[in-house]
Design a binder for this molecule. Structure first.
Ligand SMILES: Cc1cc2nc3c(=O)[nH]c(=O)nc-3n(C[C@H](O)[C@H](O)[C@H](O)COP(=O)(O)OP(=O)(O)OC[C@H]3O[C@@H](n4cnc5c(N)ncnc54)[C@H](O)[C@@H]3O)c2cc1C
Length: 384
């Protein structure tokens, strides 16, 4: 079992670190404070291939393994989890278009999404269908060679800023089997965007409710087959959960680096903080939990790359563990900074605010436990 990265992977991670330091680090605090959605930064990420890391090459993606994507997202999230998290959602939606889009959509939208010229949102959640997403009620009624969409989505990342919406809507009966997925241009008549939500974090990306009123979508915008939409949505989320876990790992690495540096500089009681064993132990635990979370995310990514039957379970375990550990490490790093950690002069309070939501979205951490417990108790899963 080789846990070392290849030279190529290290070079790829270095390219992401250079991008993160050049594009994200100087701007992250301002984008957060002014709630700016940095389209130009996404376009530059696209030039490096970071808008379609695991999407298929025939739509302009890099076609790389999920593991490689984690290397990129981790480097970026170390300085800006919010902007990086949106980039992961765009990658997920782009992959879905490449995987299940019909020829016309793949050809017309694929290269634009892969280059970052156009951006995509993922629209599953509804006001009354959050954790129970399979009960969604947005409808897609067949009308000749079109579908007509009616309903409402909630909490859509990038909503109002993005160009393409991957929308899960009901074409059939109750439950997950009645759901289909569609690629819907964001400016289609009948789509309206609600107010930009005011949030604790993730301020460099908008979050909006979206309403669909008699939105006509050509039949060839259907992704996959009718009734496959929930399966497609969940397959997207398996990778999405690795990505969000990765954003937490990255943020935790950024927080750990800042805490270690601060401990060597700050003096109290005539000594640097690094000389207090209580803080040494805290730092040691932070590093240990960080490595455990990273390894778990990478294991889940490898399982997904290999098409392992238990990949979904590992994605759920990794998401739960990495986002819980990541948030705690950011909190610990903030604590090590004392009162200064509470100030916007330092990045810690932003890392804390940005990583909190990772425990809530792409399936809450309670739902991650539901998934894992179901596999253990009902399906006889073996985690040896
Ligand atoms: C900033 C932000 C961005 C988002 N971006 C997107 C996006 O781009 N696209 C999208 O589709 N969605 C998005 N979401 C929505 C997100 O995925 C949902 O908020 C999340 O799935 C939870 O749904 P809910 O908010 O309706 O909570 P609920 O489902 O109402 O859950 C409330 C509480 O009950 C718990 N709970 C529910 N069911 C169970 C159960 N069976 N067992 C134990 N506990 C349970 C939950 O864990 C939670 O603690 C975003 C959310 C936020 C906050």
């Amino acid at each position: 079992m080789d846990l070392e990265l290849t030279d190529e992977q290290r070079a790829f991670a270095q390219a992401a670190r250079d991008y993160a330091q050049g594009e994200l680090a100087p701007n992250a605090a301002r984008w957060d404070a002014q709630a700016i959605f940095p389209r130009e930064a996404f376009a530059r990420a696209g030039e490096l291939g970071f808008c379609a890391i695991y999407a298929s090459p025939d739509i302009g993606g890099l076609g790389l393994p999920r593991l490689d994507a984690t290397l990129v997202f981790e480097e970026m999230a170390a300085v800006d989890p919010s902007t990086t998290a949106f980039l992961t959602i765009h990658n997920m939606a782009t992959w879905m278009v490449g995987q299940w889009g019909q020829a016309e959509i793949r050809e017309s939208w694929g290269p634009l999404l892969a280059s970052g010229e156009k951006l995509a949102s993922y629209c599953l959640t509804e006001p009354n269908a959050g954790s129970d997403a399979g009960s969604l009620t947005t409808s897609a009624r067949r009308d000749g060679d079109h579908y007509v969409l009616n309903g409402a989505k909630a909490f859509i990342s990038g909503g109002g800023e993005t160009d393409l919406l991957v929308v899960m809507a009901r074409t059939g009966g109750d439950g997950p089997g009645g759901v289909s997925a569609f690629a819907v241009p964001a400016d289609t008549p009948g789509i309206s965007y609600g107010r930009k939500e005011e949030k604790m974090g993730w301020n460099s990306q908008s979050t909006r409710p979206i309403t669909f009123e008699d939105v006509r979508v050509p039949g060839n915008h259907l992704l996959g087959e009718e009734g496959e939409g929930f399966k497609i949505a969940m397959k997207g989320l398996d990778g999405g959960r690795i990505n969000i876990g990765t954003c937490s790992v990255g943020a935790a690495q950024g927080a750990l680096d800042a805490a270690r540096q601060y401990m060597t500089e700050r003096r109290q009681f005539g000594r640097t903080l690094s000389e207090f064993q209580a803080l040494q132990f805290k730092l040691a635990d932070m590093a240990t939990h960080l490595v455990a979370a990273r390894q778990m995310v990478r294991l889940a990514a490898c399982k997904l790359d290999a098409g392992a039957p238990d990949a979904g379970t590992y994605c759920a375990m990794a998401k739960r563990f990495a986002t819980d550990m990541g948030f705690q490490i950011c909190l610990d790093a903030q604590q090590i900074h004392g009162g200064y950690g509470y100030l916007r002069d330092y990045p810690l309070e932003r890392l804390v605010r940005d990583t909190r939501v990772h425990q809530i979205l792409e399936g809450t951490n309670e739902i991650m436990r539901v998934i894992v417990a179901r596999q253990l108790l009902e399906k006889g899963a073996d985690v040896r």
